[in-house]
Write a new protein. Structure first.
Length: 138
């Protein structure tokens, strides 16, 4: 599966689920993950098969549960917009009542702060342990 160039440019691949690639947006302002179903030519959730729709919901729910716990989130924002990137992708953004954009959406509020390589390694390690606890391998 080929990622849209914008996703390729803005993200790190941190794992793969049965259906989706798991990406991390390169912005340390927010723990911000993206699920990308590994199906060619899909731009909307309803275009997935029923089985893939159910698998997407399982993976999204498990990811949300994991990052809520891992990052002690006040809220998890989940969205599939696709206005700029047509490839189906679902954002999972950890939010805090104290974050600079709260309670507004995060888009366009702050300039991205890139992760350091070591931060990505640590995040990957913690995330893989947390996801393993809910039965997913990354």
């Amino acid at each position: 599966m080929i990622l849209h160039p914008q996703l390729e440019n803005d993200c790190f691949v941190v794992g793969r689920f049965p259906l989706c690639a798991l990406l991390l947006i390169n912005d340390a302002n927010y723990p911000w993950f993206i699920l990308v179903p590994q199906r060619e030519g899909i731009t909307e959730i309803h275009q997935l098969s029923e089985a893939d729709q159910q698998q997407l919901m399982r993976e999204s729910s498990m990811l949300a549960s994991c990052i809520e716990k891992e990052f002690n989130a006040d809220k998890i924002n989940i969205a599939a917009l696709g206005n700029m990137v047509p490839q189906l992708h679902i954002h999972h953004i950890v939010r805090y009542k104290t974050d600079p954009a709260w309670p507004a959406p995060v888009w366009g509020k702050l300039e991205a702060t890139p992760y350091l390589d070591e931060e990505v390694k640590i995040l990957r390690s913690h995330l893989s342990q947390s996801l393993a606890e809910v039965g997913l391998k990354v």
